[in-house]
Design a protein around this ligand. Structure first.
Ligand code: NAD
Ligand code: LMR
Length: 344
């Protein structure tokens, strides 16, 4: 028996697991999202090194998470002087740094504080890991992603297929609510959610739900379901009554998004995922005209976005909602671009 164990040990060294492993950073790792997200990432088989960066409390969070008996090596980094080391050689950077909403606020009310935070962090990404995939969670996502893009452009390292606004929580919520309604296991439900990540810019394509919604479902009920998905963030903000916004479901959603990115980077493609990305010449035929950023279904591969996939057929209610969101989404995009143009 002992000889067999010894042989198995030697064999495992000769034939190591085939999974490619990556260095991943979480910026804002000690926050309400950052902590559970870091815990979930520590369980990922794709991560060899997990960098936990924040301006407060990372030594404690990193010490705590590092005691989990899973593969990734964890290191905490505290304050701007340690940011370069946190980022160097990272392949994926996830950014939940910034303030969350309180009841009565819109996501855009966070712009004044979070725009500067995202700009500063992405400037560091541009310097220390310019090829990394960057996933922005900080709100207002509709503006913070254009800010990040402008910073990367200014540094000459922008790759549109590697910058993502994380909208996975909208998809996760749509799956959960539809599953509840049709009595299915949420793991068997898929609902495309496209557009942006605020109010009416969140567009669930309920007509493409799998399993489908009952054909007999009245239009008013369908509208109410759409509104619940669009307002789900506010539902959590109100329930938390001043103690912040969604953190646990967001950590789950971001871990799921990170897993898709890492599987794609590993060559386990094709991986399909939704995210808010910059439009390019290649995507111009599938993304609604006049919107330089839009959340769409994406095919991810080793190098990032390989293809922006078509939205598929929209019913009358969805087409109406798509038309209605355009001015708001464009306004948020312009606000981000103008902020970045002004400089620090
Ligand atoms: P939080 O206040 O609990 O945590 C934010 C963390 O960011 C804190 O630990 C803080 O120290 C850190 N931070 C602040 N400035 C920083 C800087 N310059 N560098 C590094 N870290 C910094 O907030 P939260 O609940 O974790 O939410 C974070 C952000 O995520 C908010 O803007 C919120 O609106 C957004 N959010 C987005 C989604 C989405 O679907 N995209 C979902 C939920 C929340
Ligand atoms: C969400 O959708 O939960 C986040 O964008 C946080 C918020 O402010 O609603």
């Amino acid at each position: 028996m002992a000889a067999l164990n010894r042989l198995q040990k030697i064999a495992s060294h000769l034939d190591p697991p085939k999974t490619v492993k990556f260095k991943v950073a979480v910026l804002g790792a000690a926050g309400g999202i950052g902590q559970p997200l870091s815990m979930l990432l520590k369980m990922s088989p794709y991560i060899s090194e997990l960098s936990l960066y924040d301006v407060a409390n990372t030594p404690g969070v990193a010490a705590d998470i590092s005691h989990m008996s899973t593969g990734a090596r964890v290191k905490g980094y505290l304050g701007p002087a340690q940011l370069p080391a946190a980022l160097t050689a990272c392949q994926l950077v996830i950014i939940p740094a910034g303030v969350p909403r309180k009841p009565g606020m819109t996501r855009d009310d966070l712009f004044n504080i979070n725009a500067g935070i995202v700009r500063g962090l992405v400037e560091a990404v541009a310097t220390h890991c310019p090829s990394a995939w960057v996933a922005i969670i900080s709100n207002p996502v509709n503006s913070t992603v254009p800010i990040a893009a402008e910073v990367l452009k200014k540094a000459g390292v922008f790759q549109p297929g590697r910058l993502f606004g994380v909208t996975t929580l909208d998809v996760v919520r749509a799956e959960a609510f539809v599953a509840e309604l049709v009595g299915a296991d949420p793991r068997d439900v898929s609902v495309p959610v496209v557009g942006g990540h605020a109010g009416i810019t969140i567009l669930p394509l309920l007509s493409q739900s799998r399993p489908p919604l009952p054909a007999s479902m009245p239009l008013e009920q369908r509208k109410a379901l759409m509104a619940r998905i669009q307002d789900a963030g506010t539902e959590v903000v109100q329930a938390k009554a001043g103690a912040g916004s969604a953190t646990l479901s967001m950590a789950y959603a971001a871990a799921r998004f990170a897993d898709s990115c890492l599987r794609a980077m590993s060559g386990e493609g094709p991986v399909t995922e939704y995210a808010y990305v910059a439009a390019t010449a290649a995507s111009s035929s599938v993304v609604p005209a006049g919107l330089p950023y839009f959340s769409s279904p994406l095919r991810l591969g080793r190098g990032g976005v390989e293809e922006v996939l078509p939205l598929g057929p929209l019913d009358a209610l969805e087409a109406e909602n798509l038309a209605a969101m355009k001015d708001e989404l464009l306004g948020s995009i312009r606000k981000g671009v103008e902020f970045a143009a002004k400089g620090p």
